[in-house]
Design a protein around this ligand. Structure first.
Ligand SMILES: Nc1ncnc2c1ncn2[C@@H]1O[C@H](COP(=O)(O)OP(=O)(O)O)[C@@H](O)[C@H]1O
Ligand code: SF4
Ligand SMILES: [Mg+2]
Length: 333
């Protein structure tokens, strides 16, 4: 599979506690040396606890915030350079947020909201209106009933359908869905997830599906990237990762999922302690303050993302040959 988006060494430090002369006194390490590929036609899930850097990653990919370091390539071309200027890139990659109300202009009708992007990009009025009508139809909002309504007249699920239509109006190749169904009731959530699956087939889309909800990610994504405090903890094919996680953090996350299931309550493996402060993250493996397998090497050296097979990799000293952790395999001679 070809990589549509290649993310390499992506870093975002947000300045905080700005001093009297405007100089930041410290930084939040929101994303730290992130490397991953988004393959054409796949759905990659991005999971992790609140504050681990999922939305920052999405905003960096969209170039809504400038990276501290790192590169993003789209079809091999570096985004934001003469190879691929931002405007051309933005048309290809669109985003749907959780907060559907805030992302829609209350003064525009539903049809105007959907037609807005194409108009800004130079599409004619008639063509933009036709595109809006057909997309509204496609996302399950009958244009005869909904085109002239305002967003405050819609339910949460309907608003999210408008946001999806709006994201598709520029005919993008990639959708970044950041907690796109997290605010919806379970029954509405299922309808919107099924709609997203249908749209993906019909429009040959590629999804980065971000959610804190592991069940929803399992339903949607063929591969999953687990983030912990701004870094990749584990990356792999969904079923391999859900049934054979190798990073203690992934295992703990999945344990908390099982603990919600009354039949498996005894298997719950709650994650010890609170998440550390991202202003001064732990040295070495950022999970060492909460990990029951931590050994001295864990607080002194950052684990390398190590391939376990063709479709699974993990950043843990226990899986890194010769790392010095008691459980690590021997380095090959
Ligand atoms: N604009 C900002 N200024 C300072 N800190 C920020 C900003 N945006 C996000 N953060 C911090 O970056 C970290 C990652 O946040 P975020 O990407 O929103 O995580 P998630 O989406 O996984 O919940 C958090 O500690 C958050 O407080
Ligand atoms: S590197 Fe060490 S602290 Fe980090 S997850 Fe692995 S065993 Fe735990
Ligand atoms: Mg978020």
């Amino acid at each position: 599979m070809t990589a549509l988006l290649e993310v390499r060494g992506l870093v975002k430090n947000f300045p905080v506690n700005t001093g009297v002369f405007g100089r930041p006194k410290s930084f939040v390490s929101a994303v730290d040396h992130l490397d991953f590929d988004l393959h054409e036609g796949e759905t990659l899930g991005l999971v992790g606890e609140s504050g681990c850097g999922k939305s920052t990653t999405a905003r960096l990919l969209m170039h809504l915030v400038a990276p501290t370091a790192g590169t993003i390539r789209f079809e091999g071309r570096t985004v934001g350079t003469s190879e691929l200027p931002l405007k051309a890139f933005r048309r290809q990659v669109q985003m749907v947020f959780q907060d559907s109300y805030a992302s829609l202009n209350p003064r525009l009708t539903v049809a105007e909201s959907v037609a807005f992007g194409p108009l800004v990009h130079g599409v004619s009025r008639d063509e933009a209106a036709a595109r809006a009508n057909s997309l509204l139809e496609r996302v399950g909002l009958d244009p005869a009933r909904f085109a002239g309504r305002f967003t405050h007249e819609l339910s949460g699920g309907q608003r999210q359908r408008v946001n999806i239509a709006r994201a598709l109006a520029l005919q993008p190749r990639v959708l970044i869905l950041d907690e796109a169904v997290s605010a919806l009731d379970k029954s509405v959530e299922a309808q919107v997830l099924n709609l997203l699956l249908d749209l993906k087939e019909e429009f040959h889309l590629t999804y980065l599906f971000i959610s804190h909800d592991l069940e929803v990610v399992r339903f949607m994504a063929a591969r999953v990237l687990v983030m912990y405090l701004g870094r990749v903890a584990e990356l792999g094919a969904t079923e391999a990762l859900y049934t054979g996680s190798r990073h203690p953090y992934t295992t703990a996350l999945l344990g908390s999922l099982l603990s919600m299931d009354p039949d498996h309550r005894a298997e719950s493996a709650p994650i010890a302690g609170d998440p550390p402060n991202p202003i001064d993250p732990p040295a070495g493996c950022r999970f060492h303050t909460r990990c029951s397998f931590a050994e001295p090497v864990c607080s002194s050296r950052v684990p390398v993302l190590t391939p376990l097979g063709s479709a699974h990799s993990v950043a843990c000293h226990m899986s890194e040959p010769g790392s010095g952790h008691g459980c690590a395999p021997q380095r090959a001679a």
